[in-house]
Design a protein around this ligand. Structure first.
Ligand code: FAD
Length: 468
């Protein structure tokens, strides 16, 4: 068997045989399919990554099988990329250096559900975790809109916030991630257990510094969630109402999103349910808060058009409302027109709707804003995930500069280096743990520019950089 990636020239048939009894996939078309994630949201990443493939896929079913995969790859010095559902947006699970893809979706047992927590294997799908929790009157404290295909291991390694984050904060905030178990890549892979704030040593490291096998997460009491959709004459009013709903005393939403009217035209499944040409506010609130939301929307000059429990929503043939929010907004547009892309931008002061209206004027007609309200450190913040009609890197850079001139921080969605995206800087704590758990640097190393500058140092020397 030849190298599919064209980068790792070993005897792949012999390597696959050594992986036995672990299931492997060597059919080139299937290996290539599993080498992709949602990087194509970005024309820049699409150009850079569309030709990057792994050489073989392993699908372990147990921790013992996972250890065996890691040992075999370690001994052969083969690059490894972990893959859950492959829904990351920045090519996090693309095997840029070729080598072995280890897919976790068969390690999917939900091990325990208790009061306020769920303990599960890393490959469990979040929709399945939510189903198991529902039987106990609970739900995940937050989950991404990709819950049907994304794994909890992928969310913990690659994600940050989701539906629920307006109530419970980001994944990294205390109490949301209770425990992570991760394996090292060594001759004899070892299990490491991270609890309390130590979970941050592994969380959001893009699978660079250990292989997550098990996660214990916060669960919260489920509510009778009602999806509300209101429309407004203008975006400024919709945004102002969004901030008011997100921060009101007496309303406890788990999600509030505001979407430009021009984007809403790309939601065919909402056609006939909403007045056309109006900016949208979508939220989930507990049933007992719907009257307060109705009053708030009226007070802010909006029109509450839909209030849907799950049964009504299904009867009306409308998908979950979160499928029009977070990064699903971008997906709905991309389904019709691949020339769209997006960006990730922090709003400096979400209470200032006038400042936002000024920014929108400066952005121009090729940028259509869409905001998510979330809670960070107890404070309501707004994140813009705008649709951008891509006309080249120069224009994208100019758009970023316009945002920055208005005091916004841009978390670049067009890079597949962990330091250049949401983090803005190298995380030397992550890299010190990479040195400890992955001394040969086999795990997804192409995704960290900083790793290549420090890999010759000891773990303690790398850690020391975190405090200088
Ligand atoms: C439409 C859409 C909506 C989205 N919405 C959100 C959102 O609301 N919030 C959010 O945070 N993200 C969101 N994302 C990004 C992504 O869906 C989530 O982060 C998701 O949870 C990733 O899970 P996955 O199983 O698909 O991970 P993958 O894409 O397979 O992997 C993600 C990263 O984790 C690593 N990894 C996977 N499993 C392991 C493991 N067991 N051990 C170590 N490393 C591992 C991979 O190597 C990769 O670096 C969205 C993406 C799309 C396309």
């Amino acid at each position: 068997m030849n190298s599919i990636s064209g980068k790792v020239f070993i005897d792949w048939d012999a390597f696959a045989a050594r992986l036995s009894p672990v299931e492997v996939i060597d059919e080139p078309a299937l290996v290539k399919k599993r080498s992709r994630d949602f990087f194509w949201y970005s024309p820049i990443l699409n150009e850079a990554l569309k030709g990057c493939f792994g050489d073989l896929v392993a699908v372990p079913k147990t921790v013992e099988e996972m250890k065996h995969c890691l040992k075999v790859a370690h001994d052969a010095e083969v690059p490894i990329v972990l893959r859950g559902g492959g829904t990351g947006n920045y090519g996090q699970s693309v095997p840029v250096e070729g080598g072995l893809i280890v897919e976790t979706t068969s390690m999917n047992r939900i091990l325990a559900v208790g009061d306020g927590f769920v303990n599960t294997e890393a490959g469990a799908l979040m929709a399945d975790i939510n189903r198991a929790l529902k039987a106990t009157g609970q739900e995940m404290a937050m989950f991404p809109s990709t819950q049907d295909i994304a794994t909890i291991g992928g969310f913990v390694a690659g994600g940050s916030v989701g539906i629920g984050s307006l109530a419970t904060g980001a994944l990294r905030e205390p109490g949301n991630l209770i425990e992570i178990k991760a394996l090292s890549v060594e001759k004899q892979p070892q299990e490491h257990v991270f609890r309390g704030e130590d979970v941050l040593k592994v969380h959001h490291a893009w699978g660079l510094n250990g292989v997550i096998t098990e996660v214990t997460l916060r669960a919260v009491a489920s509510r009778d969630w009602i999806a509300c959709m209101a429309t407004f004459d203008d975006y400024r009013s919709a945004f102002g109402a969004g901030f008011a709903a997100a921060s009101a005393n007496g309303i406890a939403p788990k999600m509030v999103s505001v979407v430009d009217a021009r984007i809403v035209e790309y939601f065919p499944r909402l056609k006939g349910h909403l007045s056309e040409g109006r900016d949208l506010l979508a939220c989930y609130v507990p049933a007992e808060d719907v009257d307060s939301v109705r009053a708030l929307i009226a007070d802010q000059g909006g029109r509450l058009e839909l209030t849907l429990g799950d049964e009504d929503r299904e009867a009306a043939g409308i998908p979950h409302v979160f499928e029009f929010c977070f990064n699903h907004t971008t997906l709905q547009v991309l389904k019709s027109d691949r020339s769209a892309t997006y960006q990730q931008v922090n709003v400096p002061d979400p209470s200032d709707a006038d400042a936002l209206a000024d920014l929108r004027q400066d952005l121009g007609d090729d940028v259509w804003t869409h905001h998510e309200f979330i809670r960070l450190g107890g404070k309501v913040v707004a994140v813009d995930l705008p649709i951008i009609w891509y006309s080249g890197k120069e224009r994208l850079d100019a758009i970023n500069r316009t945002y920055e001139a208005h005091g916004c921080s841009v978390f670049d969605a067009h890079t597949n280096e962990v330091e250049r995206g949401g983090m803005h800087t190298a995380d030397y704590t992550h890299l010190a743990w990479k040195k400890r758990l992955d001394p040969k640097g086999l795990l997804n190393s192409a995704k960290s520019a900083a790793w290549h500058q420090v890999k010759h140092l000891t773990a303690d020397e790398i850690k020391a950089k975190a405090v200088t």
